[in-house]
Write a protein that binds this ligand. Structure first.
Ligand code: IPE
Ligand code: IPE
Ligand code: MG
Length: 240
């Protein structure tokens, strides 16, 4: 028996995943290596996000979900959390953000836990980009996969759906990502090999790609490598 291995002959022939998700990790270590404050790493990470989102738009990715702040990240020192919130604020106030680039921006996560002014800026950014037809970026802020499922279960109960009626589709249609497909490819840089509570329901059959590169150093070439590796994977979904 020979294994059939898909061969990539030309990059134009590769299958671009419809939905790529990225855990943007390693900002703190990137800064530490440069004897800079962790905050500087977060600022560099924010710039990198813009670069990679633009690249995804260019190569025809349809959905990009990025993990920017988890429900557990509040455990960090107040100064760091405040600095991260200020970076979000600056980012959201930057009117040049993706405007005229045809990129849609939406947020997933529990907004009720965010500072009020940031929640308003998030809503404004969503409104401003709602008609874009290019890449759809979903930024996970105050997001936790378990928290997402808790909210979904609460909503299902509130709607009075009976136990017999509940299917996998019921769950999928009550989570933050209800409007778009599950990620085919999940990328985590920074040398950590875990999900850290990211898309735990949606990742049931995702392909994972890890790299030691720290997020602020992540390049479009790294993304290409991940996509090339993805093209060599044999996705069976439980079949043969
Ligand atoms: C990811 O980088 C950004 C957030 C979690 C907000 P980290 O801040 O976790 O960077 P490391 O993992 O400490 O290097
Ligand atoms: C995951 O990274 C969250 C984000 C990148 C936003 P963490 O740095 O918080 O994950 P752990 O603590 O190493 O698992
Ligand atoms: Mg980290």
């Amino acid at each position: 028996m020979f294994f059939k291995k898909k061969k990539i002959t030309a990059s134009a022939e590769r299958n671009i995943p419809t939905h790529i998700a990225i855990i943007m990790d390693g900002n703190g270590r990137w800064a530490k290596k440069r004897s800079m404050p962790r905050t500087a790493g977060h600022a560099a990470g924010s710039k990198k996000f813009k670069e990679i989102a633009r690249y995804c738009n260019k190569i025809g990715v349809k959905y990009l979900t990025v993990y920017a702040f988890s429900t557990e990240n509040w455990r960090r020192p107040k100064e760091e959390v405040d600095a991260i919130m200020n970076i979000f604020r600056d980012y959201l106030q930057d009117s040049a953000n993706f405007k005229s680039e045809n990129i849609m921006l939406k947020f997933i996560g529990d907004r009720s836990g965010m500072p009020q002014d940031i929640a308003e800026l998030m809503a404004q950014a969503e409104y401003d980009s709602k008609d874009a037809t290019g890449l759809k970026v979903y930024m996970a802020i105050n997001y936790g996969g378990r928290d997402e499922l808790v909210h979904a279960v609460r909503d299902i109960v509130k709607e009075g759906i009976s136990p017999e009626e509940i299917t996998e589709d019921t769950i999928s249609s009550h989570i933050y990502t209800k409007d778009y497909p599950d990620p085919e490819l999940i990328i985590r840089p920074s040398g950590e090999y875990r999900l850290s509570n990211f898309l735990i329901w949606q990742s049931a059959y995702s392909e994972f790609w890890f790299s030691n590169v720290l997020w602020p150093d992540f390049s479009p070439e790294d993304l290409d490598r991940a996509i090339d590796d993805f093209n060599l994977r044999n996705r069976r979904f439980g079949g043969v």
